[in-house]
Design a protein around this ligand. Structure first.
Ligand code: FRU
Length: 457
């Protein structure tokens, strides 16, 4: 009863980071960190699923399996349309090239314990994969060098790879003409993000509002040090010249909730980048009460920039919401009222406007005739909005990670929009026209839900 319908899950095993996200030949491919043999982290391989609409996913066989000497850690995929790598067949439309981190195990004969970047390629649109014979293609003889995200930079005409040195809190930028030989271009670090190790970088090209040179958004995950505690994801808005990223503003949370990690974008997308995050948190991921599958991805979200009132650029995200989901448009008073009674097992979406002038709560009370479980969207007396799951679970869960970071609207005493998707255990909330997103897991295990409002106690 916890398994979501529209959030990607592995069929019967463990999942963490999204990997190799790509839109290719009209299909959305999501690969992911997967333990093909169990429900906890280990034996890391790339699982694979595909979707036509980003809402319904079909699981496919494991794409890149682990071996005795190598675990397949996180990475990305590009379509090498011009066959710059020479890995394609002549006359074909170019291979898909996957970049992943080889995490060499203690049994590796020459480089045990080292993490380096390696390649696999596919000639059949991602169905089957061949490991490149001369792996790894990039090594620093480091034990924490990982998570390659590769993209083509059209101004320089070169491929770019961003990776992390996780313990050093640095993002390494390498460039290449052929995806095989990589040259070091720069190293980025930032004093504002020192709460944990750095993982899973991505660099997104985003139009600058008002025109001119494109902006770039560095997406970076830290563990711990996340916005809501434990692991989480940040954005840094800045510039990129093909070799070096420069941040123009301090880091901002990508998501104010506890359950959005390792978020990265799909390759092959024109227009606004589309990202998926792992909807879990390293602080408690292995204790989530589902079996044998464990973990989901967030709903996809698009990202763009808008000018903020102080002249800076603000990251705006919109949930990509399944078209067929049951949707209720609610009038939400700041007084007490019952708004809806719903079947909790059927995914639903609630939209409306929250007055931020007085403290009140929108409560989703889950029940099955036994103890009530509440998910609370709370507005405090200063107009800040947060999502509280402290009593939303059937059994005690994540007691130290109960609240999102509060969202403080720029305009106090006004009102803000909300768009809340509840897909069984997966909750995604868009606030204030996309100025904030909150991802949270809940485990109410209930059949019904009553939606009501009440003034804050
Ligand atoms: C992030 C991460 C990555 C690594 C992968 C291993 O969650 O630790 O840095 O590649 O997971 O599963």
């Amino acid at each position: 009863m916890h398994r979501p319908r529209f959030h990607l899950t592995a069929e019967a095993t463990w999942m963490n980071d999204p990997n190799g996200l790509i839109r290719h030949d009209g299909a959305w491919h999501a690969f992911f960190q997967n333990n093909p043999l169990g429900s906890t982290w280990g034996n890391m391989s790339w699982g694979h699923a595909v979707s036509d609409d980003l809402a319904t996913w079909t699981n496919l066989p494991v794409a890149l399996p682990f071996s005795d000497t190598e675990l397949i850690f996180s990475g990305s995929i590009v379509h090498d349309a011009k066959n710059t790598s020479g890995l394609g067949t002549s006359g074909g439309d170019g291979p898909l090239v996957a970049f992943y981190t080889s995490a060499f195990t203690p049994s590796h004969p020459t480089t045990p314990g080292i993490q380096a970047q390696s390649i696999a390629f596919s000639q059949d649109g991602g169905a089957t994969w061949t490991f490149y014979a001369d792996n790894p293609v990039l090594t620093r003889d480091s034990e924490n060098f990982r998570d390659p995200k590769v993209f083509f930079h059209r101004e320089s005409g070169r491929w770019v790879m961003v990776t992390v040195e996780a313990l050093d809190h640095s993002v390494h930028v390498h460039v290449s003409d052929d995806l095989l030989a990589w040259e070091s271009a720069s190293v980025f670090t930032h004093p504002g993000l020192d709460g944990g190790i750095w993982e899973c970088p991505d660099l997104l090209r985003v139009p600058t509002p008002g025109g001119g040179e494109d902006s770039w958004v560095l997406v970076l995950s830290t563990n711990p040090g996340g916005p809501a505690g434990g692991s989480g994801t940040y954005t840094l808005v800045g510039h990129f010249d093909g070799r070096r990223f420069t941040a123009d503003a301090p880091p901002q949370p990508l998501d104010l909730g506890p359950d959005c990690y390792a978020a990265v974008s799909f390759s092959g997308v024109d227009g606004d980048p589309v990202l998926l995050g792992w909807m879990n948190n390293w602080a408690y991921a292995e204790q989530t009460p589902t079996a044998p599958w464990r973990s989901a991805m967030t709903l996809p979200r698009t990202l763009h920039l808008e000018p903020a009132s102080d002249g800076s650029l603000q990251v705006i995200q919109h949930l990509v919401t399944p078209e067929e989901i049951r949707t209720l448009d609610l009038e939400v008073p700041a007084t007490s009222a019952v708004l809806a009674e719903l079947d909790a097992e059927e995914p639903f979406r609630l939209r409306g406007v929250l007055a931020t002038g007085s403290a009140h709560r929108l409560v989703l009370r889950f029940g099955d005739g036994g103890r009530d479980r509440d998910l609370v969207l709370a507005v405090d007396s200063t107009g800040r909005v947060s999502l509280d799951r402290s009593s939303a679970h059937q059994e005690p869960f994540a007691p130290e990670h109960t609240h999102s970071l509060p969202y403080a609207p720029a305009r106090a005493g006004d009102s803000i929009s909300f768009d809340l998707v509840v897909d069984r255990s997966c909750v995604d909330l868009e606030l204030d026209g996309g100025r904030a997103l909150i991802s949270q897991q809940i485990f109410p295990g209930a059949r019904t839900v009553t939606v009501f409002t009440e003034p804050a106690a």
